[in-house]
Design a protein. Structure first.
Length: 366
């Protein structure tokens, strides 16, 4: 499962976790560090920018564990037998981080400074991860800060081939409060302004909500606004993406709240929105309420995270800048209209609310 945000860490606290049904792809990758003993070198798929930040913060966190929060005073850490810690870590990894029928097998556990190093085999390849000696914290990768860091090579992405049509159907699956969902939506807004009705572009929702009651109720509103007051939807969405103030944006964009409530009542009867929110026995993996307004499409396309971009019935990868999204969508036209020549920003929107930009591209998901 894409375990979700750019500040995420993996805590090995087994009794409190429940396995989600939807496992996001970026958590399937556990990177390794090269050791003195010869091991098969493996070049893993490019990680997401949030993972890089998490790893850096993880290193700082490890240091703080043994310096009493950088105070310079010694901090006592309860040392647990390394075999027991490794056993628990492997159970956690196989339960919550692996997917697609893959499994990790423990090869050895060693000590390095104040950490345990677990070497595991995944599909015939070796990977190293790190554990605090009390068994509480798992770090998929260690960074040797004494090594020289090479600047990554900038590679220009080749637009993905997608099925073509005279009027492409673009479906963007998000969770309303997922920072990566809001990121692609912010990139999409100028595209909608540029090409207008030359393509059918629609926001749809992942069939479970990871951000609680607030997210469920916001998506409930957005579903009905887009369904029955579609001429106001993109203005509403732009307002919402500024600060996440849904209630304020209903007023600011002139949404007919009486019509909205009528639609919401009908939607609740059709999709059991409140029942799925309140009945935890129905929650996905026991953790996340279901949100089923677009459940059929989720299942048809194999949607497993926010955002997921589908064009003409096929999942498509794309950058999240307005320029990248315009290029991706225009590649789906049999004959691209003149609007496809519009020059849009190549800056990547920041994740989360607000219209800042970032220089970092990412394909991270919630």
């Amino acid at each position: 499962m894409n375990i979700l945000t750019e500040e995420h860490k993996h805590e090995v606290k087994h009794p409190e976790h429940h396995k989600p049904e939807h496992v996001h792809k970026e958590h399937k990758h556990i990177e390794h560090k090269e050791h003195a003993e010869p091991k098969k070198k493996v070049k893993l798929k490019k990680t997401h920018i949030w993972k890089t930040l998490t790893l850096v913060l993880g290193v700082l966190f490890i240091i703080s564990l043994f310096t009493n929060g950088f105070s310079g005073k010694s901090s006592k850490v309860e040392i647990v037998d390394k075999q027991l810690v490794a056993k628990d870590a492997m159970e956690y990894i196989n339960t919550y981080l692996m997917g697609g029928g893959s499994s990790a097998k423990l090869k050895e556990v060693t000590e390095e400074d104040d950490l345990y190093v677990i070497t595991m085999d995944i599909g015939g390849r070796e990977y190293d991860s790190y554990l605090t000696r009390d068994g509480k914290y798992l770090f998929p990768q260690g960074i040797d800060m004494t090594e020289e860091v090479e600047e990554p090579e900038q590679v220009e992405e080749t637009p993905q081939e997608v099925p073509k049509s005279d009027k492409p159907e673009v479906e963007v699956f998000v969770m309303s409060h997922c920072p990566y969902g809001t990121q692609i939506e912010k990139g999409l807004l100028p595209v909608v302004d540029a090409i207008g009705n030359k393509a059918d572009i629609e926001i749809k929702f992942v069939n479970y909500a990871m951000h609680g009651e607030t997210e469920v109720k916001e998506q409930w509103n957005q579903y009905c606004i887009q369904k029955e007051q579609s001429d106001k939807y993109w203005d509403y969405l732009k307002c919402f993406l500024q600060e996440g103030d849904g209630e304020g944006c209903l007023t600011e964009t002139g949404i007919d709240t009486v019509a909205l409530e009528t639609c919401k009542t009908a939607a609740d009867e059709e999709f059991s929105i409140l029942d799925n929110l309140e009945d935890k026995s129905k929650w996905s993996g026991g953790r996340f309420p279901l949100f089923l307004t677009h459940d059929a499409e989720n299942k048809e396309y194999g949607v497993s995270g926010s955002p997921t971009l589908v064009i003409n019935g096929q999942q498509v990868s794309s950058g999240r800048s307005s320029s990248a999204l315009l290029t991706t969508i225009c590649n789906a036209f049999n004959e691209p209209p003149a609007e496809c020549d519009t020059e849009l920003s190549s800056a990547n929107p920041s994740a989360g609310f607000g219209f800042e930009v970032t220089g970092a591209a990412t394909d991270a998901q919630c």
